[in-house]
Design a protein around this ligand. Structure first.
Ligand code: ADP
Ligand code: MG
Length: 478
């Protein structure tokens, strides 16, 4: 039997506000336990929540970016459950009317095909605290620093059909929230966590199978492993005649397996109701207009502009506009004077290869955009050849020199364009190349290439290749 995989994602995106969603406590990561928990976060009787405007603005920004409906009047609701890291006994979230509804994200797969991933909603909520099990002997501690951290929970429709699509979506979303500067995207610190809902059904069947939800995946690699394992497990169960029971499961990175944590609660179990401590959340027309006006240029628009304004191919334009840091690097190089097409070639060629090799992100590139522009400028003005450009690039990468000019001078790489000097080298080479000269005169074009190669070598790659060609041909009476 052939099986089809069905996946929907719920992603918790931590918003970049300085303070918490309902209190003035700091959201900074890594502080001593319970030093960033105010009376609101501790749920002391009578302490009242006040909505953080910055969190609302970020949610709206996201909604606008994905073409969603912004509900200008949305409702904060209590989601009731008991857990030691939740002192109020409920989490403030949104239920019936979320602030962001609909919209979607376009993903690009490895083979270049695209797919539109519809979103169900994105709602504002607070994070819970953290139980600490490894600090005390025979007892657990509760750290409420994270309690009340603002989250945007972004929910997709069950429209993904493979682990590949799910990961492409998660990466696109990760990119987008950083682009919008509403989340730092730090997955190790838990700023971007994905819950992946997975089910399988026989190909051709209309109804969805029963899903299991894999909780809190905080790396793309684990996401891939967890989905692969879960899909195999579900298919085996069904083929063995067993039923899938809806459940929440955890992925264990050490074993690569998923394991049921609890059978899944239904929404009803949470007894959602509007939080009487918070009035309806209203985004005024003026606020909305203000946020719209401050929207950054989005990847799609940037891609179109890179193609039309800089004359890049659609493929290059897409690669360079997909994340903010890459786009900024490119535009900085161009504004510093680099030819746009050459800058694109360098970034997608040598720079990207070097970043991959040393496992660095573009933000960590040892060669800055301005330095790269310097290398390109010296190639364009004929100071160095393209090949020597690579040598200069490598030297800058290693930190040998402040800029292209410094490297060219200190290593004596300036291209020899003085025809007298080139002629001298050509004469020396020709004097030793009787066989090649004879071949060339007998009509073997290849022999010329060999002579050019020797002259280039003798000049340590510094002779201007076009001039070398001309001079040799002239001397051989071509
Ligand atoms: P809950 O309210 O229990 O979290 P939802 O209906 O809101 O459940 O769905 C949660 C997520 O699960 C959504 O991302 C949705 O796309 C996904 N989902 C729903 N049904 C299935 C299914 N049968 N298989 C895979 N994913 C599903
Ligand atoms: Mg849910």
């Amino acid at each position: 039997m052939e099986w089809e995989v069905v996946i929907g994602l719920e992603t918790h995106v931590q918003l970049t506000t300085q303070s918490k969603i309902f209190s003035g406590s700091s959201t900074a990561f890594g502080a001593e336990p319970n030093t960033q928990a105010s009376i609101v976060d501790l749920a002391l009787p009578g302490a009242l929540p006040v909505m953080n405007r910055g969190a609302v603005e970020r949610a709206v920004k996201f909604g606008l970016a994905i073409g969603a409906t912004i509900n200008q009047r949305s409702i904060m609701a209590r989601k009731n459950y008991f857990y030691p890291d939740l002192p109020k006994g409920y989490q403030i979230s949104q239920f019936e009317t979320p602030i962001v509804q609909g919209g979607g994200v376009t993903i690009t797969l490895d083979d270049g095909t695209t797919k539109f991933i519809e979103l169900t909603r994105a709602h504002l909520e607070e994070d819970a605290g953290k139980s600490v099990h490894d600090l005390f002997d025979g007892a657990s501690g509760v750290d409420l620093n994270r309690a009340g951290t603002p989250l945007l929970e972004i929910v997709t429709e069950p429209v993904m059909r493979s682990a590949k699509e799910a990961i492409a979506y998660a990466k696109a979303l990760h990119n987008l929230v950083r682009y919008l500067d509403i989340c730092d995207g730090n997955m190790q610190e838990g700023s971007f966590r994905c819950d992946v809902n997975v089910s399988v059904r026989p190909v051709g069947q209309k109804e969805f199978g029963t899903r299991r939800e894999i909780k809190n995946l905080n790396s793309f690699k684990f996401m891939q492993q967890a989905i692969d394992y879960e899909v195999r497990w579900q298919i085996e169960q069904i083929e063995d005649g067993k039923k899938i029971v809806q459940a929440t499961v955890l992925f264990n990175p050490d074993t690569g397996e998923t394991r049921a944590m609890r059978t899944k609660e239904d929404a009803m179990d949470y007894r959602y109701f509007p939080d009487p401590d918070l009035p309806p959340l209203v985004v005024s027309d003026a606020d909305l207009a203000h946020i719209k006006a401050a929207m950054p240029e989005l990847p799609e628009a940037k891609c179109a502009r890179f193609a039309s304004h800089y004359g890049l191919s659609p493929y290059d334009a897409r690669l360079l506009s997909q994340d903010g840091a890459t786009a900024t690097f490119f535009e900085t190089a161009v504004k510093t004077g680099a030819d746009p097409k050459l800058a694109a070639n360098w970034m997608l060629g040598d720079l990207s290869a070097a970043l991959n090799r040393d496992e660095k992100s573009i933000e960590q590139s040892p060669v800055s955009a301005v330095q790269l522009a310097g290398v390109i400028a010296r190639i364009s003005d004929g100071t160095i050849s393209h090949k020597i450009g690579k040598t200069v690039f490598d030297a800058l990468w290693k930190g040998d020199g402040a800029d292209a000019d410094a490297v060219i001078d200190s290593k004596g790489l300036r291209q020899i364009s003085d025809s007298g000097a080139i002629e001298k080298i050509v004469d020396e080479v020709l004097a030793k190349s009787a066989a090649q000269i004879a071949d060339y005169k007998a009509g073997k074009e290849k022999a010329l290439m060999s002579i050019v190669g020797q002259v280039m070598k003798a000049s340590q790659g510094k002779a201007n290749p076009a001039q070398v060609n001309d001079i040799i041909k002239r001397k051989l009476g071509a």
